[in-house]
Ligand binder design. Structure first.
Ligand code: GLU
Length: 437
């Protein structure tokens, strides 16, 4: 007789006893959950405007896809820190795009920067310091690892980013405490970037208190004016840059990211590589070979980036103007795929319709208009605040890019080639400014 069938339920493996305490209560990441929910609603025949997940609308550039095809047969495990020519190409990318010199030995390749961020938080012992709002996964990663999370207060007037003053105020409370600050710009969820003066001021405080900074620059190539500047320019010895193919190269699903370390932090790279060798082993071989083409640049990539930026900039401007005309408060974006509007100025009107927090706002918006966005509470904002993150990416990027090569990217262009985003903006604006139900 099979004994397992005779056991009482009390003997069975149970989440109440056996689930790691730090994982209890965690659901799937908000970005992935909204994506799957949107897809499920579409399968049921619902019209859904998918502004939830921040995925590039553009195809991977053809020459990068060709490189992947050419290397599909590569099957060996590769070195844990990454394929040597790819580490060289990544170092070349930082030199070409930002004038920063990294030896290829100071580059670590991984299966997406998200995984590398988890590993750096595991290897480096310190509090996680992030501004509110911040991308959905930084805090849960720290929570899983049992790290303290310190949210830095922000001010809508300064774009809701990290300020040197807020960092200073936190560090002063316990100057010797080890800390890891994550700075992300162009920012997810706000789309804002930092000026050289702001970066310099943050660098000064970080240096004074020996704060390790993970500079998440994954959206660098989408900066609308093409003028991204790394924090590493001002704080080279304490900055680790995070970048990858997911955003500016349209290859989120390829899962390829890289960190660049200063020589002084080789011990951190080596510690991370030790963990990598015991966990993911090495990043997918064909993807690493193809990524060389992605990081190497060239005229085709330059054209692709320039056209992508023009479209993203026009969409950000259109969406911003449409929502602010309807009464929302919103900072204009400087890069990336996102806006982070607040509907607080419309609170009275929304409350009269039973909408008093960001989760209800997003649920009702999805239910009544089909527009899927994420609540500000997923990004560390108070749940009572009527803020949301929207990703203006629901359009087919290939024809849009082809058209952008020969056309002015104005509102008429957006209505022709990014019609779903335009409709979503107009539906959202009409919905929030509606009186009573
Ligand atoms: N970074 C993207 C977002 O914020 C999607 C990827 C992810 O969250 O894993 O929507």
């Amino acid at each position: 007789m099979d004994e397992s069938n005779t056991r009482s339920d009390g003997d069975a493996l149970s989440p109440h006893i056996h689930l790691n305490l730090n994982v209890r209560g965690l659901g799937p990441s908000a970005t992935l959950a909204i994506n799957e929910r949107s897809a499920a609603l579409q399968r049921q025949g619902r019209e859904v405007y998918r502004l939830g997940l921040g995925q590039s609308p553009f195809p991977v550039p053809d020459h990068v896809v060709a490189a992947l095809r050419e290397h599909a047969h590569e099957k060996d495990y590769l070195p844990v820190k990454g394929l040597a020519p790819l580490r060289e190409a990544v170092a070349g990318y930082f030199q070409r795009t930002e004038g920063l010199d990294y030896a290829p030995e100071n580059i670590l390749v991984g299966p997406g920067t998200k995984e590398l961020m988890f590993i750096v938080q595991l290897v480096y012992y310190g509090d996680l310091v992030i501004p509110t709002p911040s991308w959905v996964s930084y805090a849960p990663q720290a929570h899983i690892l049992g790290r303290q999370i310190r949210w830095l207060p922000t001010d809508p007037a300064t774009g809701m980013g990290v300020t040197a003053d807020a960092l200073e105020a936190l560090c002063r409370t316990d100057p010797e405490r080890p800390r890891l600050l994550i700075l992300n710009y162009p920012g997810n969820p706000t789309g804002i970037a930092y000026s050289p003066e702001q970066l310099q001021a943050i660098a000064e405080v970080a240096r004074r208190y020996r704060v390790l900074v993970l500079s998440d620059e994954i959206y660098s190539g989408t900066r609308f004016d093409g003028e991204h500047i790394s924090l590493a320019r001002y704080y080279p010895e304490g900055t680790v840059i995070s970048n990858g193919l997911s955003k500016w190269c349209g290859a989120g699903g390829w899962r390829l990211g890289a960190f660049a370390f200063p020589s002084q932090l080789r011990w951190l790279l080596d510690g991370m590589a030790a963990v990598a060798s015991e966990t993911f082993t090495s990043t997918s071989a064909p993807i690493q070979h193809a990524a060389i083409a992605g990081f190497s640049g060239g005229p085709a990539m330059d054209r692709y980036l320039a056209d992508s930026r023009r479209i993203l900039q026009a969409l950000a401007g259109f969406f911003h103007d449409t929502l602010t005309a309807a009464g929302a408060r919103c900072r204009p974006a400087q890069g990336g795929f996102y806006l982070f509007p607040s509907f607080e100025p419309l609170r009275e009107r929304l409350e009269a319709r039973g909408i008093g927090d960001s989760v209800t706002l997003c649920e009702r918006l999805l239910e009544e208009t089909g527009v899927a966005v994420l609540p500000g509470s997923n990004f560390g904002r108070p749940s009572s605040e009527l803020s949301v993150r929207l990703a203006y990416v629901d359009f087919d990027g290939r024809p849009a890019l082809e058209a952008a090569a020969g056309e002015t990217v104005d509102e008429a262009f957006l209505r022709r080639h990014c019609a779903r985003v335009v409709t979503a903006a107009e539906r959202m604006a009409a919905w929030v400014s509606r009186d009573g139900d």
